[in-house]
Design a protein around this ligand. Structure first.
Ligand code: AMP
Length: 384
């Protein structure tokens, strides 16, 4: 299967070839023809499957057939980072088409966004709060929307956006194409889907809650107070070039970042209390490999598009087992292998059991490394 077989326009094929994409991913092979056919689509796919291109490409193609000043396609997505990444992808895929993409999200000045909307755009990527703000100020007319995408719908609900989604839906014209992407299908997700999708084509690329098979997953059982030393050791002894580390709290992310820095590991934290500028800088530095460890909270890391990420570490296990799947989805992305390591303290064993139940498999426990090498007291580094 090639992109040509999917019926994509030459301008899009050229942009894809510029990006070095040889063949569509499974979600792309199935979703692109379905979206081009014009009907509603409900797709089960998580980040890393190539789902962004699966909706952006066919939407750009449909937009290219018409024209207008106010946006004709709207993509609603939960986080600023994800919104910015989708916009980057749309601009890159659409670079040979005369289409304009605008992106609006909170946490930054609204003025340039108002300016961008006034200048006109074809495709609008937005987070819900800022979109409603702008719609309330009458700078945004959503009556011309013919294509609507709800991206990462499960995440949207987790983040409490259900009311905002309903408000947005009320602002859209009745006649439109709807696409909904979700990594999981909980009852509230199915309920939301039935509320606005009409006779959707169902596409599932991985079994529900399945973890990418290429990801090597390991657990280190380690007392809480030894996690920092273990992580430092793993990074340094393994000469890791890049690692994304998840902590449960913003404070924990800051503290761990400082501790890693004090051991000579270049690190930065990314979480909701950081300014948009600081978050973007941390992400840019990480992508450019100026820093080794990006320490993130769950929400901040959601949807980050970091290519070929070799290591993901759960410094603490998430409370919600599905979040484990989301987190480790940062590694082994389209085509590259990866490793996900979880540091599990004794009090986290019940969380580990829940994750293993969800995955329907037991995660391998790795032997603790030789602590003497890291200058740590061997006797205290007992396995839990
Ligand atoms: P996504 O799931 O949309 O976040 O995409 C995951 C990553 O895969 C992104 O870095 C994309 O640029 C990349 N990607 C998407 N489609 C393809 C493809 N057909 N071939 C290679 N890489 C791709």
């Amino acid at each position: 299967m090639s992109f040509i077989d999917l019926g994509l326009a030459p301008e899009l094929l050229r942009a894809l070839s510029d990006r070095g994409y040889d063949a569509p991913t499974p979600i792309q092979s199935r979703a692109i023809p379905a979206v081009l056919a014009g009907g509603d689509v409900l797709a089960g796919a998580q980040t890393g499957t190539g789902k962004t291109a699966a909706f952006v490409l066919p939407i750009l193609q449909q937009l290219a057939a018409g024209a207008g000043r106010s946006p004709r396609a709207l993509v609603l997505t939960p986080t600023r980072e994800l919104a910015a990444q989708i916009a980057d992808s749309a601009r890159s895929y659409g670079k040979y088409l005369p289409l304009r993409t605008a992106v609006v999200f909170g946490g930054v000045s609204i003025k340039p966004q108002i300016g961008a909307l006034r200048a006109g755009c074809d495709l609008l990527i937005a987070t819900p709060g800022r979109l409603l703000d702008l719609a309330g100020q009458a700078v945004l007319d959503l009556r011309g929307i013919t294509h609507f995408v709800l991206d990462e719908a499960d995440r949207m609900l987790d983040m409490g956006f259900i009311h905002a989604i309903r408000c947005v839906l009320k602002l859209l014209p009745g006649k439109r194409q709807n696409l909904m992407f979700s990594a999981t299908y909980s009852a509230p997700i199915r309920e939301l889907a039935s509320r606005f999708l009409r006779d959707p084509v169902h596409i599932d690329v991985a079994a529900r809650n399945a973890t990418a098979e290429r990801i090597e997953q390991q657990v280190y059982r380690v007392p809480k107070e030894h996690k920092r030393q273990l992580l430092t050791h793993l990074i340094q002894a393994g000469s890791w070039a890049q690692v994304l580390v998840f902590t449960r709290t913003k404070h924990g992310a800051n503290r761990l970042t400082q501790q890693l820095e004090s051991h000579g590991i270049r690190a930065a934290a990314i979480h909701g209390n950081k300014s948009q500028g600081a978050r973007e800088r941390a992400l840019t530095d990480f992508k450019a490999r100026r820093i080794t460890a990006l320490v993130a909270t769950e929400v901040a890391a959601r949807g980050l598009d970091i290519k070929d990420l070799p290591h993901v570490v759960n410094y603490e296990l998430p409370n919600v087992p599905e979040d484990y799947v989301h987190r480790i989805g940062r590694t082994a992305r389209a085509g590259s292998a990866g490793r996900a390591i979880s540091l599990v303290a004794p009090d986290e064993i019940p969380l580990l059991r829940d994750i293993e139940k969800l995955l329907a498999r037991t995660l391998a426990t790795a032997a603790l490394p030789e602590y003497a090498a890291a200058g740590l007291p061997v006797a205290r580094a007992v396995a839990a």
